[in-house]
Design a protein. Structure first.
Length: 198
């Protein structure tokens, strides 16, 4: 396994560690809240750095592999959904936004499997790119808000931050659903699954 793929695989290990760190106060008491917050920030930063580096290294050193093409997007979804589960549990992410995103990610996984069976890739679209950016923004801002809720508890301005976060999450959910519908529209026009046996 080359270096970019090792970095990608590291994200698959970091995500469960992130979840465990996030849940420490819930499982073992509020006394671990500060430790939990520090671990969450560190693991989040390391995870995002590996996400940034694996693609850059793969492209610059021509180390793009079939495994990397599959594992990298899977690691992205795996880590993002882990963040979102934690943020939903903390009351930072609306449940409705989370469930829309979850259904979209499962739906696109199914669609990609069908298209791969036909030897075709699902093309990127503007909503898909917007979704990726909004996922990243929501992840960063949500984790920062979680830390602020720990260190600045009771501050009135946190209520404004919470409202802004809700808007961001709903925008991400909208872009997520819109990208999925755009994929479905493309597949219908393309006719790639027209002769799929049922």
């Amino acid at each position: 396994m080359n270096l970019p793929n090792r970095l990608t695989a590291a994200r698959l290990v970091i995500s469960p560690l992130f979840f465990i760190s996030f849940m420490l106060p819930t499982w073992f008491g509020e006394g671990l809240k500060t430790l939990s917050t520090v671990l969450v920030l560190v693991l989040f930063t390391v995870n995002e750095l590996t996400d940034l580096l694996d693609g850059k290294i793969a492209r610059s050193r021509n180390l793009i592999t079939d495994l990397g093409k599959v594992m990298d997007p899977f690691a992205d979804v795996f880590s993002r959904l882990t963040y979102f589960v934690c943020l939903m549990n903390a009351g930072i992410m609306p449940v409705l936004a989370f469930i829309i995103i979850l259904w979209r990610e499962l739906g696109i996984l199914f669609v990609r499997m069908l298209m791969m069976g036909r030897g075709k890739a699902v093309p990127a679209n503007i909503f898909g790119k917007s979704k990726a950016v909004l996922y990243a923004v929501c992840g960063v801002c949500g984790i920062i808000l979680h830390a602020l809720n720990t260190w600045c508890a009771g501050s009135q301005w946190l209520e404004v931050c919470a409202v802004v976060m809700n808007i961001l999450f709903y925008l991400a959910a909208f872009a997520s659903a819109a990208s999925f519908m755009t994929y479905i529209a493309f597949i219908r026009r393309d006719g790639a699954l027209r002769n799929l046996t049922r």
